[in-house]
Design a protein around this ligand. Structure first.
Ligand SMILES: O=C(O)CCC(=O)C(=O)O
Length: 254
């Protein structure tokens, strides 16, 4: 057992856990460099990498910065950088995930880098991950959010709504998900982390993040895990080959 009883109790109550330091200084530096290499467009697999740009770039603003500072999201960076796949397999992270997810048998669902360029990093609206990840059942995945820069309220750290995971999937209006339901978002908890620290959240926990108002960028690396006995509800021929990161796999499961 790596988690203290209070940490497990807090996760069960809140649907998230602000854990703190998880990376060594060298691991942090290597991951920062890997993410920047992917974002810069200079990587050998550049044409294959799923990259979404910051909204300001699409509006024709934010022209005077390096390419890497125009990027908002990198999809599945572990497919292109061994170091990121190694991070997704970090035993310290997997020890915690297995306690939170309730089994030693774990597959990697996906990874993503979420970047907020200085002054421009835009809002991630309130959402539940499982409202998008509808092909996986049960909707009880666990994500680890690792800070590659200090994450503060000013630069748009993630905000979590405590206990929100207990109500299943909420009615989903993508334009105004929470306010439409009369939820007081001032009660959300800011996930403040130093670079190299991490938090964990349940895939039904309502969360989002605000804009980056500072001159410093905010990069986060998310690795999301599911039980390897989860069911794939999508078309069988479209099921990705999800990597087993711990324990065993099961027939007719993900
Ligand atoms: O990094 C962010 O701003 C949002 C993170 C998020 O939505 C997630 O980890 O699922």
């Amino acid at each position: 057992m790596v988690l203290k009883d209070t940490q497990k109790t807090n996760y069960e109550r809140d649907g998230f856990l602000i854990y703190g330091s998880i990376l060594s200084a060298l691991e942090l530096e290597n991951l920062q460099q890997s993410i920047d290499a992917l974002a810069s467009g200079e990587h050998c697999n550049s044409d294959k990498i799923g990259i979404r740009l910051e909204a300001a770039v699409k509006k024709g603003e934010l022209q005077e910065v390096q390419q890497r500072d125009k990027v908002w999201q990198i999809l599945d960076p572990h497919l292109h950088e061994d170091l990121i796949f190694k991070h997704a397999n970090n035993p310290k992270i997997l020890d915690i995930v297995s306690e939170l997810i309730g089994t030693e048998d774990i597959k990697l669902f996906h990874t993503q880098a979420l970047m907020k360029p200085a002054f421009h990093g835009s809002v991630v609206s309130w959402h539940q991950d499982s409202a998008y990840w509808t092909s996986i059942s049960p909707p009880a995945l666990v994500s680890c959010w690792t800070a590659l820069d200090d994450a503060t309220e000013e630069n748009g750290c993630v905000q979590m709504l405590s206990g929100s995971y207990k109500k299943g999937i909420w009615d989903h209006d993508r334009r105004d998900f929470l306010h439409a339901q009369g939820v007081d978002t001032s009660k959300a908890t800011p996930v403040i982390l130093e670079a190299g620290g991490c938090s964990f959240h349940h895939s039904l926990t309502v969360h989002g993040s605000s804009e980056n108002r500072t001159p410093h960028r905010r990069r986060g690396l998310v690795t999301s895990y599911m039980r390897s006995d989860s069911q794939w509800l999508g078309d069988k021929k479209n099921k990705p080959d999800f990597p087993l990161v711990r324990g065993q796999e099961y027939a007719n499961c993900v």
